[in-house]
Design a protein around this ligand. Structure first.
Ligand SMILES: [Fe+2]
Length: 460
């Protein structure tokens, strides 16, 4: 893999990005593994001056580090710095913004008197310091249009935002003291050990660079163009397939049609038959679910099970078979897991599913930043960079079984093909799950037909 490579190919070069096509932001993959660590200097050039997001990880998560940006003056007279600190005796790890004006650094805080206080609004949330998870990814966003510096952990999205500095616009008829920010061309990252300045100089490893700054969170619901309203856009509550990655568009167009449904003229009681098979101790669904109670490790857990009914074969472009019908009885759920950096589209065919989203797969980040319910006909999506870590649950205890179609595919630029979904076991260990099959779709449909016939005497 070259050190600079398109993560998602096929996006027109002339493509312009806006709130609507937030999902298509194509990052540049800077380094996928530690073998690149020595090939980077301590700064990354932005693709567009004054804006962009740098995402990276740490080789040594015990050491404080910082992101910083400067004016293009050789003396770096003006600048901003975000220092992310480690736990130290008597101190809690945190993040702190500094501003350098005319060569002098000053801590920026709302709650202290300072010469620059009136120029900024700033917040820092709990948990913004060095992360206990050594695999944690850190991101830093520069947005000179909206006059924002932002920082977070995990997926690059507003929901994972931990600290923000807003440098205020000047009063009318005043010069803008921050005009230099729109001309910034690089983000610096430095390891901040003053006593040992040369140790782990490249402790921060850049992973991806995004052309555009972080602005909004992408909508989770995908709706047909004819259904998208002006309110949907204004409230950022739904998107259309054209805003997804090219691979997600391909998947969506396979499963979003009106005829893609369970109950068809050749078997109009398919969903009833599945429900009956789950309810009856003699049913194939009942027995198969029971046999899976230890699939995700630990003590038998009959509720942490679901059925995977696959369509077709593994064609080498997805983790497991690309099209999987999943069956979730009431109360059943998956472990928290991720998706091998693949694209995915999920459509609900029957019942409803609740999706919890997490910033990363980590024992230390088990509070979902979003919980959304999807009903029959609803569609949601996963890209290599967004919505990767989730937990699915049929939370409708008194309702029907939930049946979803899930389809997965690697992006065109993905040559790694990590064919597992990693998940968190109940003891907090990360494990690999091989996306398997409980039955092929056609064989499963025939089984359900036979069970229905033997119990009710008619396939219709
Ligand atoms: Fe999943």
């Amino acid at each position: 893999m070259s050190s600079v490579q398109r993560e998602i190919s096929g996006i027109p070069k002339s493509h312009t990005f806006s709130v609507l096509n937030e999902l298509e932001k194509a990052p540049i993959a800077l380094a996928s593994d530690s073998s690149f660590r020595n090939s980077f200097k301590e700064k990354t050039h932005l693709l567009v001056k004054g804006q962009g997001v740098l995402l990276g990880k740490l080789l040594n998560n015990q050491r404080s580090f910082s992101f910083s940006v400067y004016d293009n003056d050789d003396k770096k007279t003006n600048g901003f710095k975000l220092k992310i600190t480690a736990n130290a005796a008597g101190k809690v790890s945190t993040a702190q913004f500094y501003c350098r004006i005319n060569g002098k650094w000053e801590l920026v805080r709302n709650d202290v008197e300072s010469t620059t206080k009136d120029d900024f609004d700033v917040f820092v949330k709990t948990g913004s310091g060095l992360d206990p998870d050594i695999k944690c990814h850190y991101w830093f966003s520069l947005d000179s249009h909206n006059r924002l510096l932002r920082y977070g952990k995990g997926e690059v999205r507003k929901s994972t935002l931990l600290a923000e500095l807003h440098y205020k616009a000047p009063h009318e008829n005043q010069d803008d003291p921050f005009e230099w920010v729109s001309k910034i061309s690089s983000i610096f990252y430095t390891h901040d050990d003053e006593k040992n300045p040369d140790i782990n100089k490249n402790s921060f490893i850049p992973v991806k660079l995004y052309r555009d700054p972080l602005t909004v969170d992408p909508a989770m619901y995908v709706v047909p163009t004819d259904s998208l309203t002006m309110d949907d856009i204004a409230r950022n509550r739904a998107t259309v397939v054209a805003n997804l990655t090219p691979t997600c568009q391909q998947l969506y167009n396979n499963v979003a049609g009106a005829k893609f449904e369970l109950n068809t003229p050749d078997f109009p009681h398919f969903t009833d038959a599945i429900e009956a098979s789950i309810a009856s101790p003699q049913g194939w669904c009942y027995k198969t679910l029971k046999s899976k109670s230890t699939e995700f490790g630990g003590e038998p857990n009959p509720d942490q099970t679901y059925l995977r009914i696959t369509m077709g074969v593994n064609q080498g472009d997805s983790p497991g078979v690309p099209f999987v019908m999943e069956i979730w009885p009431p109360g059943h759920y998956s472990p928290v897991h991720n998706h091998a950096n693949a694209n995915a589209v999920i459509r609900v065919l029957h019942g409803e599913i609740t999706v919890n989203l997490y910033p990363m797969l980590s024992l230390y980040h088990l509070t979902p930043f979003a919980v959304a319910k999807f009903a029959k006909g609803d569609v949601t999506w996963i890209s290599p960079d967004l919505n990767q870590t989730h937990q699915l649950r049929n939370a409708n205890i008194a309702g029907p079984t939930c049946i979803t179609i899930q389809c997965y595919m690697y992006g065109e630029g993905n040559t790694e093909h990590y064919d597992y979904f990693d998940y968190l076991e109940s003891n907090g260990q990360t494990r690999n799950f091989t996306p398997n099959s409980d039955c092929d779709f056609l064989g499963f449909k025939e089984k359900m037909k036979q069970e229905w016939l033997s119990n009710y005497g008619s396939g219709n």
